[in-house]
Ligand binder design. Structure first.
Ligand SMILES: O=C(O)c1[nH]c(=O)[nH]c(=O)c1Cl
Length: 311
């Protein structure tokens, strides 16, 4: 039984990794994921300059998941490019993911130029769905802007690149986004980012639990799995088959991974549960997924990927 997968032209010996933003801020965290059972890692979304992010508390764990309004704290794209370029030397042939996000098209292109000028040989994840930068709209919900960004990006960048999308909640939005995405040579689409602008309350103190944005923040964890599975499957149904899907959202067990793959995912990313359990989670998740595959008589994830049945 193998949980191996192929994504963006690279082979991975496992189909799971961290979600950007979790366990990927600095070299210690990235090495912890690297040295776990995860197939690879993706960095925290890098911006042109390092950022402190929003005032704390900006992340809070609840019974069913998490809420965050981090505000894009990161060490800057050069830090992550330097780290991954060095890591590639230590692990020749391994493919890593670099997440980037600009605050406008010019910044996106400047970030990609830096990637082109570096030794980075992995996959770029363009984060179109950073929900927690006050005053900035959620790019992923501005379809014309997404189209303009992808047109400009693929005019200049010709190596493997995927996009991280926010969740959509309307069938027409799945149709409209897929129509845009199908126009471009994307390696993959990663659905979903956190569900934007949720609110969690501490009843004892009658107070919100995070400081930024009067407590409003992106929701992750068990809360979001039905939305994540729907987004994975909606894009699987609509995108041309050379655009693969990374499934992110609500993964806590091997069963959750099985469901994401059944919906069409070729790789899954773990966020909130990784934050809770640490990188050792990938050993448990791998064992649980292998057990499900053994029970069902599947030897590879391709035996059941995308094969969700309808009634
Ligand atoms: O506030 C954040 O840093 C953040 N938080 C999220 O839940 N998703 C993102 O893409 C980002 Cl960039």
């Amino acid at each position: 039984i193998s949980t191996a997968t192929t994504l963006a032209g690279s082979n991975f010996d496992n189909c799971m990794m961290n979600a950007s933003g979790v366990y990927c801020m600095d070299s210690d965290e990235l090495l912890a994921v690297e040295n776990s059972k995860a197939a690879t890692f993706v960095t925290k979304s890098g911006t042109l300059q390092p950022r402190k992010g929003n005032p704390e508390p900006r992340y809070f764990e609840t019974e069913f998941g998490s809420i965050n309004s981090m505000g894009l704290p990161n060490n800057g794209v050069d830090y992550y490019l330097d780290f991954v370029s060095q890591d590639q030397i230590n692990h020749p042939g391994k493919t890593y993911f670099l997440s980037i996000t600009g605050f406008n098209l010019a910044e996106d292109l400047e970030l990609l130029q830096k990637v082109t000028d570096s030794d980075f040989a992995g996959v770029v994840e363009l984060n179109l769905s950073c929900p927690n930068v006050p005053g900035k709209p959620q790019t992923g919900y501005d379809f014309e802007t997404v189209d303009a960004i992808l047109k400009a990006v693929f005019d200049v960048y010709h190596k493997p690149l995927g996009v991280k999308l926010p969740p959509y909640f309307d069938i027409i939005h799945f149709d409209q986004m897929a129509e845009i995405l199908n126009k471009y040579p994307l390696s993959y689409v990663n659905s979903i980012n956190s569900i934007g602008n949720g609110l969690y309350i501490n009843d004892d103190t009658e107070t919100v639990v995070i400081k930024p944005k009067q407590g409003f923040g992106g929701i992750g964890g068990e809360y979001v799995k039905p939305t994540a599975l729907a987004n994975v499957h909606a894009f699987y149904q609509r995108l041309n088959k050379d655009i693969q899907i990374i499934g992110t959202g609500g993964i806590q067990t091997g069963k959750d991974i099985f469901e994401h793959i059944l919906c069409g995912a070729s790789m899954v990313q773990v966020g909130t549960a990784l934050m809770v359990e640490g990188p050792v989670i990938f050993e448990r998740l791998t064992a649980e997924l292998e057990a499900i595959m053994a029970e069902k008589g599947y030897s590879s994830i391709e035996d059941f990927r995308g094969k969700l049945n309808y009634l």
